[in-house]
Design a protein around this ligand. Structure first.
Ligand code: SF4
Length: 282
């Protein structure tokens, strides 16, 4: 029996400006030269990466990057540590720098704090590309932590300079700041969370509350995808996470239900449209 679902895509979901900029840059160069090297996944969305690979994008890791000579290499929105720029100089590589301006600003602020010899703590994910770029501003000396419990395992100085990866949850960041202050630490808290993510938080809550079911579309490697999915799930427990259209399960839905589709800052609109078409056809 057909489901006759009433389906709507969140108009505020889809790529953030940092990702739009990086993909536009890649597409322009692909049109020009037919191929392009990119250091790391251009976006944490396998489907979008696959689409660009079919157009000639060559995703490489550090090992391959170190061996390349005389080529152009795209730096994705997450940014890179200074060592990558140094390596490019040594190996005559032209970097096509699509680092997001929000990340570049954060890198600069961390560098300034480091130069002033502040004790820097970064709320972020270990090993994440953006975090590696941030750590690189401090010659690897800043402390990265993923939770308050983990932070407490470090010996903390009286004065703490706190930063955040751009895609962390604002609520958790301020909770950490408050907890530290309650324990008597002086906290110089730099809320460096990207508004493209934190504003979506509020918009998504409003969006997710309007539907019987919500389908959240995101790559599994996307940090903001995890945060924003949780936001939807907290607002509407009938929220389902998928990374590909064929993960939709028909028995999530009852006939006549309303379904909202939304996603992360790395979810392409074309993928959400694909999901919409599949739901309408159920
Ligand atoms: S989420 Fe924000 S910081 Fe990250 S790429 Fe997008 S605009 Fe830039």
């Amino acid at each position: 029996m057909p489901h006759h679902l009433s389906v709507r895509i969140d108009p505020n979901s889809g790529f953030c400006f940092g990702v739009i900029y990086a993909i536009q840059m890649a597409e322009d160069l692909l049109d020009e030269q037919g191929y392009l090297y990119c250091l790391g996944d251009i976006v944490h969305n396998d489907e979008e990466v696959e689409r660009l690979e079919q157009r000639g994008l060559r995703i490489i890791g550090y090992e391959q990057f170190n061996e390349l000579r005389d080529e152009a290499v795209l730096i994705r929105a997450h940014g890179e540590p200074p060592s990558t720029y140094q390596k490019a100089l040594e190996n005559r590589l032209t970097l096509v720098d699509a680092s997001c301006p929000v990340v570049l600003k954060l890198q600069n602020r961390i560098k300034t704090s480091y130069d002033k010899q502040e004790r820097i703590f970064i709320y972020g994910k270990h090993g994440h590309a953006e975090v590696r770029g941030l750590l690189g501003q401090t010659s690897g000396e800043a402390v990265v932590f993923e939770s308050f419990e983990e932070l407490l395992r470090h010996e903390l100085p009286e004065n703490i300079t706190l930063y955040s990866q751009t895609t962390k949850s604002t609520d958790s960041f301020y909770r950490i700041k408050d907890e530290l202050e309650q324990r008597g630490y002086q906290v110089n808290a730099n809320d460096t969370i990207c508004r493209q993510v934190s504003n979506r938080d509020k918009d998504l809550r409003r969006f997710a509350a309007q539907f019987d079911q919500v389908v959240f579309v995101s790559g599994t490697k996307s940090s903001n995808g995890k945060v924003l999915y949780q936001v939807c799930k907290d607002t509407n427990p009938n929220t389902h996470f998928i990374s590909k259209v064929d993960e939709i399960c028909a028995n999530w839905f009852y006939p006549g239900q309303s379904v909202g589709i939304c996603g992360a800052t790395s979810t392409p609109m074309w993928q959400m449209e694909q999901v919409r078409d599949a739901l309408v056809a159920l």
